[in-house]
Write a protein that binds this ligand. Structure first.
Ligand code: ADP
Length: 621
């Protein structure tokens, strides 16, 4: 799975078959099929009026201006009888018709603008929302391995791809319809001109093909470079404290700048290709127009067609060649959108490694018995992160997990909420395999308080409410009181409405952690996971937090990773981990008696504590 992800994300990945993209685009059009149908109707009407628009001018030139006009066509005769006697009326009618045509064309344009903008914006929002929700659904394993640049890039800059393609279709269709209409009319006027107008199509087609071939790979590479730039920004902003602490602003700036410059060079290169393409298209259409005008003039002189016919043909040519030229631009943006759609689709097509199994059911509130049976797990590219883990935590028990750094403690608890998927073995809650339960209801059973107290920007109340979005203000205050946080919050000038910066930068570590504990209180889940929540907190505040955690642990199955063995003495069960293995388990006294790793760790800490105490007490020399 991950292997596939790695491939798919690298440059030059094989795009999925075209039909998949078409299906994807259609799935985004479907909810707005009414709007889409309206655009089509408008396009057809617009084309018809467009085709009719040079007609008044032709009539003016051929039947109103000449003293002795030639025989009028049947429909004109039907309305105005003998045209020669009626030239005055015909003149007024033609002028009015001109105004009407312009009016209709532009009213249609206004409606079209409204409808297509609405369609476009709605589709973009849908696509963007899907990318966002997908980014959240991709498993932590994915986010561990990938930079966030591509995701942010896709959400920000590639979400308009599907809509962009859809929006480009009506103008293309319009020029195509006009092209056909024009050919039919030109054919009826003069076959030679008709033949000439066809002449430009092959070279146009060729240059489009060539352009697509040249530009596609380059466009993709530029976008990948832009993704990296975005990753650098994202990382720098989220690591700002470290950057500032090490004085590495200049280094990061240079890194960003260098990456940006490579991307800029590549972009400029692409733009050169794009303008060359546009030049080629304009040249081809220019030659086409010159030929038609030249030959057309010759035909008029030879009396084979009227000036009115010639003006009409030229008007059509303008009408079609302009869109054809616009197509060179549209195709450029189509190409761009195609690459965007491909790249965004590759992200959307990544299946989250962890998702609800078919037939997974919601689990009602659990009692909290947790069991690991022969559980093995390895991170991608690693081996034996966890080996054959077996233990049972009865409902309501406190289970401490100890062991040296890197032994696999955090990994072990990450498997309970299925942040990662066990490669073999079974993890169950109240006897039910966690993979049989929906992720949502599984995670509803678990509260976590982590080492780093992460808070959102927003008010303190909002941060606590995150534990239960439906909580009332009273419940929030109650939770804060339980977490020993109410006092410090009340002392803040704005109390619970105090806004905290991103990551809670305006509170001390201990205060932030108490807000996190309050959040866990509010969630009120039967299983509690504490991943060294006091490790980065001074010992005075620690006591306050430990007291709050004691209250929080009441009546819940608790998993607690702890370095300080003093806090694990009272645990109902202690799991001792070493190099991915669970080597000892039991109560404090049992493990001391066993005389294994736990006893060693214990002795070392006791020793360290007593030396530290001695040192403190030693008289200053
Ligand atoms: P502990 O919590 O006991 O310190 P961890 O569970 O964090 O240990 O880590 C166990 C092993 O897994 C370590 O060797 C660590 O390097 C590795 N590890 C931890 N997280 C990841 C990850 N996201 N990707 C790959 N390896 C990881």
């Amino acid at each position: 799975m991950m292997h596939e992800q790695t491939n798919i994300m690298t440059s030059g990945a094989r795009p999925a078959p075209r039909i998949r993209y078409v299906a994807r685009i259609l799935s985004y059009v479907r909810p707005y099929s009414g709007l889409a149908a309206m655009t089509l109707v408008i396009i057809v009407l617009g084309t018809l009026f467009g085709l009719a628009s040079p007609l008044p001018m032709k009539i003016m030139l051929d039947y109103v201006i000449p003293k002795n006009p030639g025989p009028p066509p049947a429909w004109l005769r039907a309305v105005f009888g003998n045209v020669t006697d009626n030239q005055g009326h015909l003149l007024i009618a033609t002028a009015v018709a001109m105004v009407l045509v312009v009016l209709t064309e532009n009213v249609l344009a206004v409606i079209n603008n409204y409808v297509s903008t609405k369609l476009n914006q709605k589709m973009v929002l849908d696509f963007r929302s899907d990318l966002f929700s997908h980014a959240q659904r991709l498993s932590l394993a994915f986010h561990d391995q990938k930079r966030s640049g591509p995701l942010i890039y896709a959400i920000n800059f590639q979400a308009d791809a599907a809509a962009g393609i859809v929006i480009a279709i009506p103008p293309l269709l319009e020029s195509f319809l006009t092209l056909i209409g024009m050919m039919i009319i030109t054919y009826s006027i003069d076959r030679k001109l008709f033949g000439l107008s066809l002449l430009v199509l092959p070279p146009l087609w060729l240059s489009v093909k060539l352009y697509a071939r040249v530009i596609e790979g380059r466009l993709r590479r530029v976008k990948e470079m832009e993704e990296v730039s975005l990753s650098i920004i994202h990382e720098a902003i989220s690591m700002l404290r470290v950057i500032v602490a090490f004085g590495r602003e200049g280094y990061e700036y240079t890194r960003f700048r260098k990456q940006g410059e490579t991307a800029v060079d590549a972009r400029v290169n692409i733009t050169v290709w794009q303008t060359m393409f546009s030049l080629a298209v304009k040249l081809i259409t220019g030659v086409g127009i010159a030929l038609i005008v030249g030959v057309g003039a010759h035909e008029v002189r030879a009396g084979r067609i009227t000036i009115g016919d010639m003006v009409m043909v030229i008007a059509y040519i303008g009408m079609v060649y302009k869109p054809l030229e616009a197509i060179s631009f549209t195709l450029g943006s189509l190409q761009n959108n195609k690459i965007n759609l491909q790249m965004a689709s590759e992200l959307l097509d990544l299946q989250p490694e962890i998702q609800d199994k078919r037939g997974a059911v919601d689990m009602p509130r659990a009692h909290g018995k947790v069991e690991f049976r022969d559980v093995c797990f390895s991170y991608t590219g690693r081996t034996d992160t966890l080996r054959e883990i077996n233990f049972v935590a009865e409902a309501g028990q406190v289970v401490a997990i100890v062991g040296p750094t890197g032994a696999g403690k955090t990994t072990l608890i990450s498997l309970i909420p299925r942040f990662y998927a066990a490669s073999s073995g079974k993890i169950s809650i109240d006897g039910r395999d966690v993979t049989d339960i929906t992720l949502k209801s599984l995670r509803d059973q678990i509260s976590m308080v982590l080492q780093e107290p992460l808070l959102f920007s927003g008010s303190i109340a909002e941060n606590i409410r995150y534990g239960n979005l439906a909580a009332t203000t009273e419940q929030i205050i109650e939770a804060a009181k339980n977490a020993n946080a109410h006092d410090f919050i009340s002392r803040l000038p704005q109390g619970y409405d105090t806004q905290i910066g991103e990551r809670g930068a305006q509170l001390s570590g201990g205060e932030r952690q108490r807000v996190c504990v309050a959040r866990a209180f509010l969630k009120d889940a039967p299983i509690l996971i504490l991943d060294e929540p006091t490790s980065s907190i001074d010992s005075k505040t620690e006591a306050v937090i430990l007291d709050a955690l004691d209250k929080l642990m009441e009546g819940r199955t608790t998993f607690m990773i702890a370095h300080r063995l003093s806090t694990v003495r009272r645990a109902d069960k202690i799991l001792v981990m070493e190099q991915g293995k669970l080597i000892e388990q039991g109560r404090h006294e049992e493990l001391i008696e066993l005389g294994g790793l736990y006893k060693q760790l214990h002795d070392v800490q006791i020793g360290a504590n007593s030396t530290r105490r001695r040192r403190v007490l030693d008289p200053v020399p």
